[in-house]
Design a protein around this ligand. Structure first.
Ligand code: DQA
Length: 149
């Protein structure tokens, strides 16, 4: 299973960025944990502080052997229609992750413009949210083709 993991603006500073909100794990720690926990999966990790670069990364999966995307769009989650459109046109599932629980925070964070085009949103599980997102993609893959009751 080939999975693209995208992290948006300021997440390159995880570990030192507001650790009381985002924890003490660095992005490298999170990526290392994912590769260790899912040795059968192949991860492509991408982080950018730039909206267009994230759109390019999403587009880069088209026509390639990717099975799913995990995205923490960070602040772009709340207003980037460009990222939403890019997720929406993919034929593979995307899971949205937030380390903090965005629904318990400031008003502007409670709304996600990207979650309606994702198969799930995981918010408030800390850095475990990334692994849970992979679980969600595995579940989605195994339940594909089955009809809901
Ligand atoms: C975040 C929540 C966003 O509101 C914020 O802008 C981030 C991180 C999270 O992981 O909790 O940068 O996506």
């Amino acid at each position: 299973m080939n999975i693209l993991v995208i992290n948006g603006p300021n997440l390159n500073l995880l570990g030192t960025r507001e650790p009381h909100i985002y924890g003490s794990q660095t992005l490298a720690d999170i990526e290392h944990e994912l590769t260790g926990r899912y040795p059968e999966a192949h991860f492509t990790f991408f982080q950018s502080n730039h909206e267009g670069a994230i759109v390019d990364a999403l587009q880069s999966t088209i026509g390639k052997d990717f099975h799913g995307v995990v995205i923490n769009g960070a602040a772009f989650t709340h207003y980037s229609y460009a990222i939403r459109d890019a997720i929406s046109m993919l034929m593979i599932p995307t899971v949205e992750v937030h380390i903090s629980n965005i629904h318990l925070r400031e008003e502007f964070r409670r709304h996600s413009v990207t979650s309606p085009v994702c198969v799930a949103q995981l918010s408030g599980f800390g850095s475990n949210g990334y692994s849970l997102a992979v679980e969600m993609l595995l579940y989605h893959k195994s339940s594909q083709g089955k009809t809901s009751e």
